[in-house]
Design a protein around this ligand. Structure first.
Ligand code: NAD
Length: 241
């Protein structure tokens, strides 16, 4: 049966490369993003390459809108086999100056957005008795990072969701894992691209590429990782050794 992969934050960066890579694993690709122009451009290219593909304009923080989107995907494609939660933001600042909104917004998108997607896609996977969920955490969630109290908390929370969901759904044939990238060259980190201090802090002395993260996600989405669930796999050039 044809497989369907849903990627949030698929209009840009890691999510975009993941959608392109997963098009080799799944016949249907659904790109979910609040940046609908970016999502539609990608979808057109995937359709030209022969995939069933759809772009959905969605704010992952909206519980009811996510519920509606999951039902729409199930209706149109018949299944949700792979869910990758890439949608994310950062609003960094030192603790003593961090505004309440900066904390709330980052938690809302990164943590609650992941919950909303898992909450509404997992029941479809449970009925199928198969599925692979991959959440994007961060080394900030495992190591902490000065200036990122909000972001680190959100990503540590994503790890908590990953482990609980993995335990809860293992008997239903659904796996749930997380990847924890270090610095990856995307729009989110553009301001650090030439920052010598940042590069010096990475044992491999370079930023990761979104394609490299997409490759790990594809492994976790595929049957090659059938015996892996509840894990957080770092992809960070050695930052969290
Ligand atoms: P990016 O900014 O290139 O992409 C993020 C995407 O998420 C964008 O397309 C954006 O429109 C979308 N998005 C943001 N808020 C949304 C919302 N409320 N609803 C729907 N879509 C929304 O960033 P990226 O670097 O590709 O990041 C992807 C994921 O990887 C994020 O979760 C990020 O926290 C995580 N991550 C990135 C790095 C890095 O170094 N780039 C490191 C660790 C973790």
């Amino acid at each position: 049966m044809a497989k369907t992969a849903v990627i949030t934050g698929g209009a840009s960066g890691i999510g975009k490369q993941t959608a392109i890579r997963l098009a080799q694993l799944a016949e249907n690709i659904v790109v979910v993003d609040r940046n609908i122009d970016g999502a539609e451009e990608l979808i057109e290219n995937l359709q030209k390459a022969g995939n069933g593909a759809k772009a959905i304009s969605l704010d992952v923080t909206d519980f009811e809108a996510v519920k509606k989107a999951a039902a729409e995907i199930k209706k149109e494609f018949g299944s949700i086999d792979i869910l990758v939660n890439c949608a994310g933001i950062r609003k960094d600042g030192l603790l003593a100056m961090m505004k309440e909104e900066a904390f709330d917004q980052v938690i809302d998108v990164n943590l609650k957005g992941t919950f909303n997607m898992v909450r509404h896609c997992a029941p479809i996977m449970m009925k199928q008795k198969s599925g692979s969920i991959i959440n994007i955490a961060s080394v900030a969630g495992t190591m902490g990072n000065a200036g990122q109290t909000n972001y680190s908390a959100s990503k540590a929370g994503v790890i908590g969701i990953t482990k609980s969901v993995a335990r809860e759904l293992v008997s239903r044939g659904v796996r749930c894992n997380a990847v924890a990238p270090g610095f990856v060259g995307t729009e989110m980190t553009a301001e650090f691209a030439d920052n010598e201090e940042v590069i010096a802090s990475i044992p491999m002395k370079r930023m990761g590429k979104p394609e490299e993260v997409a490759e790990l996600i594809a492994f976790l989405a595929s049957d090659s990782s059938a015996y892996i669930t509840g894990q957080v796999i770092n992809i960070d050039g050695g930052m969290d050794i």
